[in-house]
Ligand binder design. Structure first.
Ligand code: MRU
Length: 346
């Protein structure tokens, strides 16, 4: 089985997702600017996975922090490391959550000598990774009961092991259902422009031996209308306190279609994806990516030169289109302000 990301003595090893499914190439990044570039350029992507990568980026940056000549210079360098990593992608809250946790560990290890402090920060990043895998497995356990056996499930983008520390969120729910003996057929939206569904979800499901049909993004309404899809499960990059959910561009469209066909629409995400500082999804920052992702597929140009291009990487699905939000802490149902609030209170 592949590894999305791993901490090694040499540095942060990750599978270069840009090359999948044609090539399985691992790269090892030995400094924090390299990790930041890998997140920005989408060698690694998916909200929980970029959180893990950022934590490891901070940990590797500590080696440079430790080489500074005074406490002030070290604290300033640490800030620089965190800021560079935080500036890579704006939408997924997991990135900021992981960096904040590394900042807290940095503050809490002030009393240690530098080799001990560097080691403690590395252990924290490795713990964030391990906890993410367990978190996804809990999401799977909570969510699998929502899927009926012998049914079709649509997913959008890739919210699998490739998008997390391992196991996956939306695909974690599907995996857990299959592990519980349910026969499922997955419909994977290709997910233009970056093709996470066609390239990554299809690749992962093939490895897991889960039957999958790749469809283009404009086919989901057709398959719903033909009775092929009994549930939709997607991941999330950020969930506002009222349940509005930012996820890969096109998710909103799928939710509208699911509502029209009375098909349940589930969001699966770590509870840390809920951003309680935002009362609604309107204030979630939406990343605008390079036009080339739309104008080209690899080196093949699709659009005329000079045409105006839009490329928002995410959209926001309003909470009234969401049947339930499956988290590691349990399943929240509408009204989400109350159900998410209850899970938050513990
Ligand atoms: O731009 P990406 O590939 O990072 O977007 C990924 C998604 O939108 C996923 O659905 C989301 O991050 C959840 S991953 C478990």
């Amino acid at each position: 089985m592949f590894k999305t990301i791993e901490w090694t003595p040499a540095g942060v090893m990750m599978l270069d997702q840009r090359l999948l499914p044609l090539e399985e190439v691992y790269v090892t990044l030995t400094d924090y600017p390299g990790v930041a570039a890998a997140i920005r350029d989408m060698l690694i992507r998916g909200a929980p996975a970029i959180g893990v990568a950022a934590a490891m980026g901070v940990a590797i940056g500590l080696r440079e922090v430790a080489r500074q000549s005074s406490d002030e210079a070290r604290d300033a360098k640490f800030d620089e490391v965190c800021q560079l990593l935080a500036g890579t992608r704006p939408t997924a809250v997991n990135l900021f959550w992981a960096i904040d946790r590394m900042r807290r560990k940095y503050a809490a290890t002030r009393h240690l000598n530098w080799p001990e402090r560097v080691a403690a920060m590395e252990r924290e990043a490795v713990a964030i990774h391990a906890e993410d895998v367990e978190c996804c497995q809990r999401i799977g356990r909570h969510g699998q009961v929502l899927l009926a056996g012998n049914s079709g499930v649509l997913t959008h983008c890739n919210a699998g092991a490739l998008a997390t520390g391992g196991y996956g969120t939306a695909l974690g729910v599907i995996r857990a259902a299959v592990e519980n003996g349910k026969r499922l057929h997955v419909y994977a939206d290709e997910t233009r422009p970056y093709l996470q569904g066609a390239r990554l979800t299809a690749w992962e499901l093939r490895q897991l031996d889960v039957p999958v049909t790749v469809i283009t993004d404009n086919m989901s309404g057709h398959f719903m209308s033909k009775g092929k899809i009994q549930a939709v499960v997607v991941g999330a990059d950020r969930i506002a306190a009222n349940g509005d959910t930012a996820n890969k561009i096109g998710t909103f469209m799928v939710a509208v279609l699911a509502s029209y066909h009375h098909i349940p629409f589930y969001v699966a995400a770590p509870f840390s994806t809920v951003d309680f500082t935002l009362s609604s999804g309107q204030s979630i920052p939406i990343e605008e990516r390079n036009a080339r992702e739309v104008t080209h597929i690899r080196d093949i140009q699709l659009t005329p030169d000079g045409v105006e291009i839009g490329n928002p990487a995410f959209d926001v699905t309003p909470s009234h289109l969401i049947t339930a939000i499956v988290t590691d802490q349990g399943v929240a149902r509408p009204p989400f302000v109350e159900s998410l609030g209850r899970l938050h209170a513990g």
